[in-house]
Write a protein that binds this ligand. Sequence first.
Ligand code: 8ID
Ligand code: ZN
Length: 354
Amino acid sequence: SIPKTQVAAVVPAPGAAVEIRTDYPVRQPSELEPGECLVKLTYTGVCHTDLHAKKHDWPVKPKNPLVGGHEGVGVIVAIGEHTAHSPVKVGQRVGIKWLADSCLQCEQCRKGLEQCCLNCKLSGYTVDGTFQQYVVSFVNHVSPIPEGIPDADAASILCAGVTVYRAIKYSQTHTGDWIVLPGAGGGLGHLAVQYAREMGLRVVAVDTGAEKRELCKKLGAEHFIDFRESKDLVADIKAATDGLGPHAAVVTAATGEAYNQAVTYLRNGGTLMAVGLPGEATLDASIFFTVFKGISILGSYVGNRQDAIEALDIAARGKVKVYYKLKNLSDLKDVYEGMERGEIAGRVVLDCAK
Ligand code: 8ID
Ligand code: ZN
């Protein structure tokens, strides 16, 4: 049976500290709208986006009060009455990604750019997310989790994995090309190293500190450049990539600085793929050299339902693995503090039962 209340990590007001509530209401099966489903969560990853939501530092604002989280895995325990043609069923294991729902009828949805639907709903941002034990989500957008991957291992594929998988897929690179990954030691970045390797690319990881260096090297980066130690980042990146610069840069760092030199170090014809989302920063790129070098500057935003299926399949086949520290839902405040200080190599995944 479904309890009436649950444990949830709630941001009670914009920018306020996260609070653990034990009496947060659970939407009951009889209260679900058609198309909605209730998912009992087991694990959820913590994404830097959740920290942006808590800090209220993006130009697009979240709901208030807010239960964040958008890398959840669990089992469907109820589907709204009068739901037509549900692609998932009660008892099925599913994932909750950032894109909770979209209209599936508009131009963006028809083109597979569901995440840019004007009527979309965002998990842990415009609707309550996965930092709780029961989440209401949407049958059309929950992601079936393939066999062979445990819940906790699958969780961070739902955002970090999908996002970097898609970003690399659209980075206009080919087998044997060099890709530079600023932010490579973080949640998105350490998965980017692995998806890039799986796609036959040669990786230059850029981040800081011994733990992130070791992680990136272990995951197959050929070079690691410490952005805090490097005296000349452009020269170091060029030296690591046959003197010509990388074919692409996929930036997952949450800071403007990580973007600023990309047009300078990219190889002629190269691609800058923007992924990390500092709230205020603007891109500092030479217009002249963007044209003269034939540089593409692109943005990539999470992924659609198909990207999620592909990213999960690669992980379930063991080609990509999330490196995470397991903590409890009640530890979220400390996790945010560690993330703010840049201390987390890979990801933190939370046990929703604790
Ligand atoms: O759809 C999207 N585009 C999408 C999806 C999910 C997340 C975008 N994001 C955004 C988040 O909102 C956040 O802004 O991507 C950013 C990174 O998310 P994350 O990977 O979850 O954050 P993290 O684990 O804190 O990793 C960031 C890494 O960047 C490094 C840090 O050391 C950390 O390891 N870093 C920083 I800060 N400055 C750097 C620099 N100048 C840098 N690495 C290289 N150069
Ligand atoms: Zn995310």
